[in-house]
Design a protein around this ligand. Structure first.
Ligand code: NAD
Length: 422
């Protein structure tokens, strides 16, 4: 094996270190470590865009395909000034493990454009999207690489991408992108998928621990897409959701909040979300991490549970709805305190499983009802939770390490079966 790869980019360096250490513990063959520590393709493109004032600006765009061992690469497209090719590679690698663990037929990819979309007009963003789709079109496709939304991209961007590729190919190409609006080849059920999936992991955890949801107090940080649906499903299952939070503050009621009311108010007022929310016994407090609860769902930001904050956590169990809410230092403290963590790439995989459902429906040209979608999602989430739980128990390791090892093993098996040719 050649020397281990390192990177100046913190995200990529961490992704590589995590991979090498899991590979060592699994005693993964050197040749497989060599293959999986490198990405299959790292594409960088220039996208000239005519701005509204008549000047031309060249934006840098990227698409990285880490692995297609299991199937087409899958992963979002991010618009942000800090996007670069190393960051895309780190996130593409994580997508490989996430799709593998989810048991869906995809590898991992990620892309983005270094830009500040908030400072651009709709027409400028449309021209940039179409230019980007045309530039990366030789390497993406229904059976090659299927991008999706990420930070600062959504349904509208996916439609511009899809329309551009369709026009280049002279035929409608719905399954090249997922995360499209329901009105244009999108899928029922996708909006709630990640939050419902995270809550399903929470409920499965309570089941294996022999706890009744009715006896469990829940706190949810972040009442956006993921957090609000996770809170709603936990409340529907009978759990007492004692705290929720968002940018406007932390809302706490020791006897339980009226989550349906909070959800409806937030939906009715998408700009302000919870601002001004109140219900019986509800008061505002400063810190959601130190709220007295049993099960905590961090569903907002990266790195909130870290070396400075992990000691404040009172919960016994954590289900990571957000990506990377617990830092490695925070994780070490939680481990010492005996707090059990259901890791992000299991707990929030409802989103990518939902993308897979959209792709499958687009391929068939036949759409499912929301009920069919949710039943299939719950079935897969429960199966994946069981797989990781049992793997962790049998190897006497925590769920994060178990999830990582199970995911790597499936990709390694596919590489072994297929051989090294390209
Ligand atoms: P969102 O923008 O809909 O919601 C984020 C929420 O966090 C908002 O309610 C916001 O007010 C809140 N927030 C921001 N700063 C906060 C703070 N300091 N304290 C408390 N709350 C704060 O985003 P989302 O789609 O729900 O994504 C949340 C996380 O889940 C991100 O890490 C994202 O990468 C991850 N994730 C999302 C999906 C998905 O399908 N949406 C899938 C996988 C992972």
């Amino acid at each position: 094996m050649s020397a281990k790869r390192t990177s100046k980019n913190v995200l990529l360096d961490t992704a590589l270190k995590n991979f090498y250490s899991a590979a060592e513990e699994m005693r993964l063959d050197d040749s497989l470590v060599e293959v999986l520590s490198h990405s299959e393709k790292r594409l960088e493109v220039s996208i000239p865009v005519e701005m509204d004032d008549g000047t031309v600006k060249a934006f840098r765009g990227y698409r990285v395909q880490h692995s297609s061992a299991i199937g087409p690469s899958k992963g979002g497209i991010r618009f942000h000034p800090d996007v670069d090719v190393d960051e895309c590679e780190a996130l593409a690698m994580l997508m490989t493990w996430k799709c593998s663990l989810a048991g869906i037929p995809y590898g991992g990819g990620k892309g983005g454009i270094s830009c500040d979309p908030q400072s651009m007009s709709t027409k400028e963003r449309e021209r940039m999207c179409r230019g980007f789709a045309a530039r990366i079109s030789p390497i993406i496709g229904t059976w090659r690489d299927v991008p999706a939304p990420d930070v600062n991209t959504g349904g509208q961007e996916m439609v511009w991408f899809m329309d551009t590729v369709s026009k280049l190919h002279g035929q409608v190409e719905p399954a090249v992108f997922t995360g499209k609006p329901i009105s244009y080849w999108g899928s029922q059920g996708r909006t709630a998928a990640t939050g419902y999936g995270a809550a399903t992991c929470g409920l499965e955890l309570l089941k294996v621990l022999g706890k009744d949801p009715k006896d469990v107090r829940v706190a949810v940080e972040g009442f956006g897409n993921v957090g609000s649906y996770a809170a709603l499903k936990m409340a529907e299952a009978g759990a007492k959701v004692v705290a929720i939070s968002n940018r406007s503050g932390v809302y706490y009621a020791p006897n339980g909040l009226d989550i349906k009311k909070a959800f409806d108010e937030a939906e009715a007022n998408p700009r302000e979300r919870l601002k001004g929310f109140t219900c019986e016994g509800c008061k505002k407090v400063d810190d959601i991490l130190s709220v007295d609860c049993d099960l905590f769902f961090p569903c907002a930001l990266e790195g909130v549970v870290n070396d400075k904050t992990a000691d404040r956590i009172k919960a016994k169990w954590i289900v990571e709805g957000a990506n990377g809410p617990v830092t490695p230092e925070g994780d070490a403290i939680l481990n010492k305190k005996g707090i059990l963590v259901v890791p992000d790439f299991l707990a929030n995989s409802g989103g990518v499983i939902g993308s897979y459902f959209e792709w499958a429906q687009d391929l068939g040209g036949y759409f499912w009802t929301e009920e069919e979608y949710n039943n299939r999602l719950m079935h897969i989430m429960k199966g994946n939770f069981k797989l990781v739980w049992e793997y962790a128990q049998s190897k006497k390791i925590n769920m994060r390490r178990a999830a990582f090892m199970a995911a790597i093993q499936r990709v390694a098996d596919a590489v072994k079966l297929r051989g090294l040719f390209l």
